[in-house]
Design a protein around this ligand. Structure first.
Ligand code: UGA
Length: 430
């Protein structure tokens, strides 16, 4: 398994858990040394125990030396990052670096499996590159990953489906065998061509992102016309063609996947001479949604925020992760600081990552109540469970003014009014 990020570490660990011998390879020496000592570089529920158990059992190894990982492998998985380049396209330099590393070491009948999210056409290019470097046809398979941060182990071990793209049935069979332990009870193993598998990954993420931007825009409209988006959600969700899931309005989607994948698929379309108007709108609506809370802050306190103290609950792009990549909270914090506010923040696990960027520009509350203390206003950016049931009386007295702007619609507006709070969510009627 090349790459010990989210996808690589979870995949490698889960394959070890199902009885395989797995060696994870990474160029980051510190990370590998940590993993060998049981230090897991990401916050992911359940992962630490699994890594330690399989490492102790000798089924899971970590190394920085390709020779210790590749020559014996029947399958070489690539799970390295494909970050967004300046032009919105996925940067594949790490991936093709791996291909070179593999080419000189891979055994005759091994399969190269690409787990990283890659633009359509990449598997074909990897196969061609391997042929150029080795002089033979090396088997290549696309195997996109659908796991969610914060639920990664569960998503991997109980997948909704497994998708593989191959050009040879024998390769499909090997991967089917590998995934069989996770495919009990009607979980489909779907085999298709390279391009279809690559496209499946992008289409899934882009449709989910589209749902979010759609409901966010509708929520903003609900506010303007005096409708309540929660009622509307109930009103539409019972139609089975629509459903309830992934239609929660908020402060915009973040993370390492949706923003990047929407832009990457736009670039894929562009490369064929087509413009994806829908994806452009999804991206634009999302960028705008990240500014909605700040607009609400200004509506409450005015344009100039010097002398004002604002509390922010939640920094991670979503709960149960310490990931702050493209997190809406950071867009809000930047605007608040620029307007001169004093900003007090709290997040159960992402605070250290934020501190690494903002240093002492922010005040870090040990507890979420600390971030609200003496604040003129409190913003909620992430729906951590510990924020769902605060002691409202305590909060009201701790704050300088009882004003909450809730980017995740955690509370009922009528109840908040009864409790004596000025309260606004996203798309809720007052
Ligand atoms: C996403 C996909 O859900 C995974 O299936 C995929 O494997 C992964 O990207 C990837 O490509 O690797 P993830 O980025 O971990 O997973 O996060 P999600 O749980 O999907 O949430 C993404 C964002 O959407 C968050 O900012 C969340 O707050 C937001 N969201 C989600 C909403 O605003 N409303 C919703 O109703 C749902």
């Amino acid at each position: 398994m090349i790459g010990t990020g989210y996808v690589g570490l979870v995949t490698g660990t889960c394959f070890a858990e199902s009885g395989n011998q797995v060696t994870c390879l990474d160029i980051d020496e510190e990370k590998v040394a940590g993993l060998n000592d049981g230090v897991i570089p990401i916050y992911e529920p359940g992962l630490t125990e699994l890594v330690k158990r399989n490492h102790a059992a000798g089924r899971l190894k970590f190394t920085t030396h390709p020779d210790g990982a590749i020559p014996d492998a029947k399958c070489v998985f690539i799970g390295v990052g494909t970050p967004q380049g300046d032009d919105g396209r996925a940067n594949l330099s790490a991936l093709f670096g791996c291909v070179e590393t593999i080419a000189s070491r891979i055994k005759e009948d091994a399969i190269v499996v690409i787990k990283s999210t890659v633009p359509v056409g990449t598997n074909r290019k990897v196969a061609a590159k391997l042929k150029e470097l080795t002089g033979r046809d090396v088997d290549v398979a696309s195997n996109p990953e659908f796991l969610k941060e914060g639920a990664a182990v569960d998503d991997f071990t109980k997948p909704d489906r497994v998708v593989v793209g191959t050009v040879r049935d024998e390769v499909t069979e090997v991967l089917h065998e590998l995934y069989r332990p996770f495919l009990r009870t009607e979980r489909p193993f779907l085999s298709m061509g390279w391009e279809s598998a690559e496209m499946t990954k992008y289409v899934a993420n882009c449709l989910l992102a589209t749902k979010i931007s759609f409901i966010n825009e509708m929520a903003n409209l609900c506010e303007r016309v005096g409708a309540d988006v929660n009622s509307v959600r109930r009103g539409i969700g019972h139609d089975q063609r629509i459903g309830f899931s992934f239609l929660f309005p908020g402060v915009g989607y973040g993370g390492s996947c949706f923003p990047k994948d929407v832009r990457a698929l736009m670039a894929v379309a562009e490369d064929t001479g087509m413009t994806s108007r829908i994806l452009a709108a999804v991206d634009e609506v999302n960028d705008a949604q990240k500014t909605v809370l700040f607009e609400k802050v200004k509506a409450q306190l005015g344009e100039k925020l010097s002398g004002k103290t604002i509390g922010v609950w939640g920094l991670a792009f979503k709960p149960r992760t310490d990931d702050i990549r493209e997190a809406p909270a950071l867009v809000l914090i930047d605007s608040l600081l620029k307007a001169g506010a004093t900003v007090q923040v709290h997040d159960p696990v992402a605070e250290a990552n934020v501190k690494a960027i903002y240093g002492d520009k922010l005040i870090y509350g040990e507890h979420h109540y600390d971030a609200a203390r003496d604040a003129d206003l409190l913003c909620i950016c992430t729906e951590w469970n510990e924020f769902r049931n605060p002691d409202f009386d305590y909060l009201k007295h701790a704050m300088a003014a009882p004003v909450i702007l809730d980017g995740r619609n955690l509370f009922d507006p009528a109840e908040m009014a009864e409790r004596g709070f000025t309260y606004e969510g996203i798309g809720l009627s007052a």
